[in-house]
Design a protein around this ligand. Structure first.
Ligand SMILES: O=C(O)CCC(=O)C(=O)O
Ligand SMILES: [Fe+2]
Length: 412
C-alpha cells in the first residue's frame, strides 16, 4: 500500500529499460523487489522506488499495472498444494509427453559455457517473507541484498534453422524409433523395486521438457544454486516444483528460500509421463511370474514434488538417500521417479554410503529410473556428467547448456 501510495504521489516516472529477461522481472515483482526511478528535473535520481523492466517508458498506470503479482504467481497461489499446473498460463507449448521413442543420436559438437553466476539471492537475504491479503507470498526487499538473475539452463542467441531438419525428419532418421521397451539393452529391473526404462522419453518430449523447465526456471521460484547447512554449495542448480525442498533444512516448504515465492506447479504432462512410466515398469515386473502383485514390489504414486536439477559438465551429487518425504510415503516405499535429459551421467547406487561398494549405471537422455519399494532408501548419487553425450538434435532445438537436466518426482 505504501508503495502504491508513493506511486500515485509521484509526479513523473519512467520505466527503465533493462537487459534482463521478462520472467526475471516477474520474479522481481513477485519478490517485491520493485523500484521506480523517479525523474527529477530531467535527471534520473536513483531512489528506493524504481521499477526496472524491459518495457520502455510508460505511464504511471502502466507502472501500477506492472505491480500486480505476475500471472505465474497468481497461478501458483491457486494451484498451491495441487499438482496441476497451467502450462498455458506459462505460455508453454507442450508436446505429447508419454510416447515411447528412442533417441540415441549422440552429440559431437562441443558446447561452451559452464553456467552463469550462481550467487543467486538466497542466504544473504533474511527470510522476511510476508503474505498479502490475497495469500500471495512476497519477500520484503532488503537493502544491499545481492540479487542476480536466475540461472538459465539454455544458452541465449538464435539457432540456425537452416541447419536443422524438422523434428519429424530427425525422429525418422533415428535408429530404433518406437522399439518396444523390453527390446532395448541396459534396462530392466536393476534390483528389487528399482527399474530403468532406457530411452523412454521421446525426443519431442525431451525438447518440450527442456523448454518448459527453462521457462519456469527463469521465473519466480526458478533455478538457483542451493547450499547445505555447513555453507557448502551443491554442485548443481536446482528448482523445485510443487513443494520446495531445502537442502539446508532438509525440509519441504511451500516457498522457495531463494526468493520467497511459492514453488511453481508441476506441469500436468510431467505427471502423466510419470504415471505411464510406473505402469510400464509394472509391465516389466509383471513378466516375472513369481510376482503375484507388482505393486508390492513397486507401489504406484501421484507426484506432488518435482526437484529439477541442472548439472553443468562439472556438476555432481554425492551419495545420499532421499528421505525427507513424509514417513507415510517412505514407509509405503512410494517410488522416486527420475527423468534424465541432456548429457549422460554416471549414476551410483547401493546399500551403503560408499562409492567403492556402489553399483554404477550410465543414465542417458530420455532414460527413466524408478526406485521404490525395497529400493526406496538406496544411497545414490551422480559422480560425473559425460561431456558431449547429449542428443545433437536436442541441443540444436533447445540450446540446452552443456550438462544434464534431471527431474525427480516424489509424493510427499
Ligand atoms: O541427478 C540424478 O540422477 C539424481 C538426483 C537426486 O538424487 C536427487 O535430486 O535427489
Ligand atoms: Fe536423490
Amino acid at each position: 500500500m505504501v508503495f502504491m501510495y508513493r506511486l500515485v504521489k509521484a509526479k513523473t516516472f519512467r520505466l527503465v529499460t533493462s537487459p534482463v529477461p521478462v520472467p526475471y522481472i516477474s520474479r522481481q515483482i513477485c519478490s517485491g523487489l520493485l523500484s521506480i526511478r523517479k525523474m527529477n528535473g530531467g535527471k534520473d535520481s536513483a531512489s528506493e522506488d524504481s521499477i526496472s523492466g524491459r518495457a520502455n517508458s510508460t505511464s504511471l498506470w502502466g507502472a501500477a499495472i506492472k505491480l500486480r503479482p505476475s500471472p505465474d504467481c497468481i497461478d501458483r497461489r491457486e494451484c498451491r498444494g495441487a499438482v496441476e499446473t497451467s502450462s498455458n498460463s506459462l505460455g508453454v507449448r507442450h508436446g505429447s509427453f508419454g510416447k515411447r521413442r528412442s533417441m540415441i543420436d549422440l552429440r559431437s559438437e562441443q558446447r561452451s559455457g559452464d553456467g552463469n553466476s550462481s550467487k543467486f539471492r538466497n542466504k544473504n537475504i533474511p527470510a522476511r517473507v510476508k503474505r498479502s491479503k490475497s495469500g500471495q507470498s512476497y519477500r520484503k526487499p532488503d537493502e544491499g541484498a545481492n540479487h542476480v538473475a536466475p540461472f538459465d539452463i539454455c544458452l541465449s542467441g538464435s539457432r540456425d534453422s537452416t541447419v536443422l531438419k524438422s523434428l519429424q525428419e530427425m525422429e525418422e532418421n533415428q535408429e530404433n524409433v518406437e522399439h518396444p521397451i523390453e527390446e532395448s539393452g541396459g534396462q530392466g529391473v536393476l534390483r528389487p523395486g528399482m527399474v530403468l526404462l532406457k530411452r523412454y522419453i521421446s525426443l519431442g518430449d525431451q525438447i518440450e521438457m527442456v523448454k518448459t523447465c527453462r521457462e519456469i526456471g527463469l521465473g519466480p521460484g526458478g533455478f538457483y544454486r542451493p547450499g547445505y547447512k555447513n555453507g557448502a554449495k551443491l554442485r548443481l542448480q536446482m528448482m523445485c516444483l510443487g513443494l520446495n525442498w531445502d537442502p539446508e533444512t532438509r525440509k519441504y516448504e511451500d516457498q522457495s528460500p531463494a526468493d520467497g515465492c511459492k514453488p511453481p506447479c508441476i506441469p500436468r504432462k510431467f505427471n502423466q509421463l510419470v504415471e505411464t512410466a510406473i505402469q510400464d515398469a509394472h509391465g516389466l515386473l509383471g513378466k516375472d511370474c513369481t510376482l503375484s502383485n507388482v505393486e508390492d514390489m513397486l507401489p504406484a504414486m501421484s507426484p506432488d514434488i518435482c526437484i529439477v536439477n541442472f548439472y553443468t559438465t562439472t556438476g555432481r551429487l554425492g551419495l545420499h538417500q532421499d528421505r525427507d518425504e513424509s514417513s507415510e510415503s517412505l514407509d509405503k516405499g512410494l517410488p522416486v521417479v527420475s527423468f534424465s535429459v541432456g548429457d549422460s551421467a554416471e549414476f551410483l547406487y547401493g546399500d551403503q554410503r560408499d562409492v567403492n561398494k556402489a553399483d554404477k549405471v550410465v543414465l542417458e537422455s530420455g532414460d527413466v529410473l524408478i526406485f521404490g519399494g525395497k529400493s526406496r532408501h538406496i544411497f545414490h548419487g551422480v559422480t560425473s556428467v559425460i561431456p558431449d553425450s547429449a542428443p545433437k538434435a536436442l541441443i540444436e532445438e533447445t540450446r540446452l547448456r552443456p550438462g544434464r537436466l534431471n527431474l525427480t518426482f516424489r509424493q510427499y
